[in-house]
Design a protein around this ligand. Structure first.
Ligand SMILES: Cc1cc2nc3c(=O)[nH]c(=O)nc-3n(C[C@H](O)[C@H](O)[C@H](O)COP(=O)(O)O)c2cc1C
Length: 332
């Protein structure tokens, strides 16, 4: 069985990637992820705020050049309240590259185009095989238009792309007026992959203390639906790779995403729940299912259920919606 896949120019042994999470804090865990079958690891994100906090050190480093790498690193203090500061992050990339053979994708999380983008160069110099750019931006201003928000995204992508020569994946949320159009613009701006979708933090209220409660709920398998829809719609319409993130809790979700057209399938919640060995089960179950259904390779499977491949092109949009509503019977 040929599980190999290409993801933004990287050849991966299979389509299963460990997405950005605290699992990449420790080299030992990254090693375990590789041992259990992860084809690549996306490291946890370094945030724009952390880098800007250390802006003086970044300027210093960029001006003295790579010859003084070790010396420059000592100028990067850990940002207040963060376990891992910029210098430790670069160190982790180098250690991870030395420890495993699979690609290591560094992750940057930012929203503006100022003061931190050059850090992507340091990630490349430290050995990252690619960068995942998580544009986590919640526009709350009543004066900012949708068009302005889109320009902001495109500026960030263009700036990072012009700074590095390694591939750049862009992780975004689904909340655009016209996501297909935005995906096309990101593709044309040079994104080597779209990672769909960012799961935005949704605060809750604690009614006893009457405060905003920070909550982190791990995903469930039902949450694949929105990314599944968009991957199925975009497959064959963009030249960049497509990565699916959210809701992969078994081989079933991985298969669905591949059939929709994903080049890779990422997971965090299931890995946090079950540990790295969960990956081995998914690889085995994916292989068994493909054998049972007569597939020889992931390439044969990919996109077989995308909108382009299905005779009923309305199956993804209003057609099925209307059918479902018409067939729905309320409880007696
Ligand atoms: C504890 C935790 C930490 C995360 N940290 C990051 C991060 O640093 N950067 C990032 O882009 N996504 C981060 N994510 C999001 C995951 O990479 C992933 O996109 C999301 O959890 C959906 O996938 P899942 O359903 O497999 O969990 C984090 C998720 C969790 C649960």
């Amino acid at each position: 069985m040929n599980l190999a896949t290409r993801y933004m120019g990287l050849t991966l042994k299979n389509p299963l990637v460990a997405s950005a999470s605290p699992l990449s804090h420790e080299i030992d865990t990254i090693r375990q992820l590789e041992d259990h079958g992860a084809a690549a690891v996306v490291m946890f994100s370094l945030f724009e705020e952390q880098i800007r906090h250390d802006a003086g050190a970044l300027d210093y480093f960029m001006s003295v050049g790579t010859d003084s790498f070790g010396e420059a690193l000592s100028y990067f203090p850990t940002a207040d309240g963060c376990d891992v500061g910029p210098s430790q992050y670069l160190d982790l990339i180098r250690k991870a590259k030395a420890a495993v053979d699979i690609p290591i994708i560094a992750s940057l999380n930012g929203t503006t185009d100022r003061g931190w983008i050059d850090f992507s160069v340091l990630m490349e110099d430290a050995g990252a095989d690619a960068i995942e750019l998580n544009i986590y931006y919640i526009p709350t201003s009543m004066h900012q238009t949708g068009a302005q928000v889109e320009e902001q995204y495109l500026d960030v992508v263009a700036r990072v792309k012009s700074a590095v020569s390694i591939p750049v994946a862009v992780k975004v949320g689904p909340y655009f007026s016209s996501f297909a159009h935005m995906a096309g613009r990101l593709d044309r701006a040079g994104a080597n992959a779209l990672v769909l979708f960012n799961r935005f933090y949704q605060p809750d209220f604690d009614i006893e203390t009457r405060s905003v409660a920070p909550t982190l709920v791990l995903s469930s398998a039902e949450e694949i639906r929105v990314p599944l829809l968009w991957i199925a719609l975009l497959h064959g319409h963009v030249k960049c790779s497509l990565a699916a993130t959210t809701g992969v809790h078994s081989a079933v979700e991985a298969i669905k995403y591949l059939m929709a057209g994903a080049d890779v399938v990422m997971s965090t919640s299931a890995l946090l729940r079950h540990g790295p060995s969960w990956l081995s089960r998914v690889v085995t179950n994916l292989t068994e299912w493909m054998e049972r259904k007569g597939y020889d390779s992931v390439n044969q499977l990919r996109g077989s259920m995308s909108q382009k491949s299905l005779p009923d092109s309305m199956a993804f949009v209003r057609g099925n919606y209307i059918r479902i509503l018409e067939s729905y019977k309320p409880a007696p």
